[in-house]
Design a protein around this ligand. Structure first.
Ligand code: FES
Length: 396
């Protein structure tokens, strides 16, 4: 399948000795309960010890000193925090290019004006479907009208209209209508992000994963839409990596350009890193970011290629993908040093092929979706969903 893989927005040629991106996962609280949320399933235990404003400002300064220039403010829903405006002002004065990644919940006219005045550069709004029914079903909330309202506010303030739509079995056949809706809203850019299976989306994989034909058709419709005369909207289609035969160069390399600071201050090279056992991640309450980035065993663990096992170690393509995603390798095979099972050279590729086969006939294993709620997070953390998660090697 021909693809448009994005390496998280960073050119694959980039090699950095400093973090370029800081993603502030500022809170794990969220009014939406999306079935595909990439947040860890045990997020609930990190909701009581969130960093305060002063600590976030310290984080921003330290990361900027290290060279970070792009700031993503995400969550959970970042607008649930009352101090986003203050954080944006600081980010702007430090010279970050700042991007608020939001569901729209918590946005209003007053706040968007304050954010604009404070120097926020960019807002990325998540949309879910053209139908109210699927929007409300997949988020388990009534948020359809809110999204339209917030999209209009963003446009009105002169921001580029940037939409993100997570694609899954329930909305992938609506792709033409989703693109038309985006165009109607005046979108400059739309990311059609097929679900990647981590966090809640891994728990709900049987329910969310589309059939191969659905993905192929969606790509065809997207390409046709792109080629229409006069089309001005940039469309980014992220193919789910399960349908590839080579893995993605996850995060553009572990500890290469991305640094994530979570709501409770853990410093991670990727969203899911805490699933990897026996790795202790630094926390901003105990150590400055410089030490975390350069000296922590966790950040150094998968840098370079000394850690690689066969078949990656002697693979002629290892520079391109670095063996794929460490978290996916761990979650699906139990071995974080092994090849990402997406790779057709991996001895574990059959795990992915089985998931694709199961998606052809989802009724066989269908179980109700587990929505991203605090109560479900507690349950998973307590081990109540053991049977459902038994096929994975760690809790996602
Ligand atoms: Fe890919 Fe962690 S999510 S390395």
């Amino acid at each position: 399948m021909e693809i448009d893989q994005k390496n998280n927005g960073v050119s694959a040629a980039t090699t950095a000795t400093q973090p370029l991106w800081l993603l502030a996962e500022i809170t794990y609280q969220c009014p939406l309960q999306c079935a595909f949320c990439y947040n860890p399933t045990d997020f609930d235990k990190h909701t009581q010890n969130e960093l305060d404003t002063e600590s976030w400002i310290k984080v921003l300064r330290q990361a900027r000193d290290l060279g970070a220039a792009q700031l993503g403010i995400s969550g959970g829903e970042p607008l649930l925090r009352k101090d986003i405006e203050e954080i944006v002002i600081e980010a702007s004065s430090l010279g970050y290019y700042s991007n608020l990644i939001t569901s729209g919940a918590g946005m209003n006219e007053k706040r968007i004006d304050a954010l604009k005045d404070g120097g926020l550069d960019h807002i990325q709004l998540s949309m879910h479907d053209i139908t109210e029914e699927i929007n409300n079903f997949i988020t388990n909330t009534k948020t359809f009208k809110l999204k339209q309202k917030v999209a209009a506010m963003i446009k009105d303030r002169g921001y580029p209209m940037v939409l993100n739509v997570v694609m899954h079995r329930y909305n992938i056949d609506h792709i033409q209508e989703i693109l038309e809706m985006a165009e109607g809203l005046g979108a400059d850019y739309i990311e059609l992000a097929n679900t990647q299976y981590y966090g809640w989306s891994l728990v709900n994989r049987d329910q969310l994963m589309p059939k191969k034909e659905q993905v192929e058709n969606a790509l065809k419709v997207t390409n046709k839409f792109r080629e229409r005369p006069g089309n001005k909207m940039k469309i980014f289609f992220v193919v789910p990596d399960y349908f590839e035969d080579r893995p993605k160069k996850c995060m553009n390399g572990w500890g290469e350009v991305f640094m994530i600071v979570t709501a409770n201050g853990d410093v991670l090279p990727c969203h899911s890193a805490r699933v990897i056992p026996n790795l202790e991640f630094p926390n901003v309450n105990d150590s400055p970011l410089k030490g975390a980035w350069y000296d922590s065993p966790a950040f150094n663990k998968f840098r370079g290629d000394d850690w690689m096992q066969e078949p990656c170690r002697s693979c002629s393509e290892k520079e391109n993908d670095l063996g794929g995603c460490r978290c996916q390798a761990l979650l699906l095979t139990g071995n974080a040093e092994g090849a990402d099972p997406v790779c057709s050279k991996s001895p574990d590729r059959h795990i992915i092929d089985q998931a694709i086969k199961d998606s052809q006939n989802p009724g066989v294993e269908a179980k109700p979706i587990i929505f991203r709620t605090n109560a479900n997070s507690k349950k998973i953390d307590k081990g109540d969903e053991k049977d459902r998660l038994a096929k994975f090697h760690a809790t996602p």
